[in-house]
Design a protein. Structure first.
Length: 133
């Protein structure tokens, strides 16, 4: 199949403020281990982080922006930290590189999506937003 951009006028480039979502989040099945709240927090953090993955959003601000209670935010953070997706030292978050498999990783016997297989990102985001609704 010939793969080409559908809209050259809107071709995405790495923005100056740095904010790409690493495709390995889906390919290596990290996202399947996350709650909707954890996905929402992770998406927010990777969106606002600087080039080193750092951001300083305080809990009340995160709760307001993500429509979460303090307890839900705490639970979401506790899902991300042990999986090596973020580090947290109040009020500093650091989004971490996906260099190694997360600590609760699915066994290698599980099927993995190949790099050239399409991923339904719309379904991934729909799953996140369902959890926020």
């Amino acid at each position: 199949m010939d793969k080409r951009p559908l809209s050259l006028a809107k071709l995405r480039h790495v923005p100056q403020q740095f904010s790409w979502v690493d495709q390995r989040l889906v390919r290596e099945r990290h996202i399947e281990q996350l709650s909707h709240a954890a996905c929402a927090l992770y998406l927010f953090l990777i969106t606002v982080a600087d080039a080193q993955g750092l951001s300083y959003y305080a809990d009340p601000s995160l709760c307001q922006r993500l429509s979460m209670t303090a307890s839900e935010l705490h639970q979401a953070r506790q899902v991300l930290i042990p999986r090596g997706l973020v580090a947290y030292q109040p009020p500093l978050y650091q989004v971490l590189a996906l260099d190694a498999a997360p600590s609760g990783a699915i066994s290698s016997a599980a099927p993995v999506v190949a790099e050239d297989e399409p991923v339904d990102i719309k379904a991934v985001f729909a799953r996140i937003w369902e959890g926020l609704a």
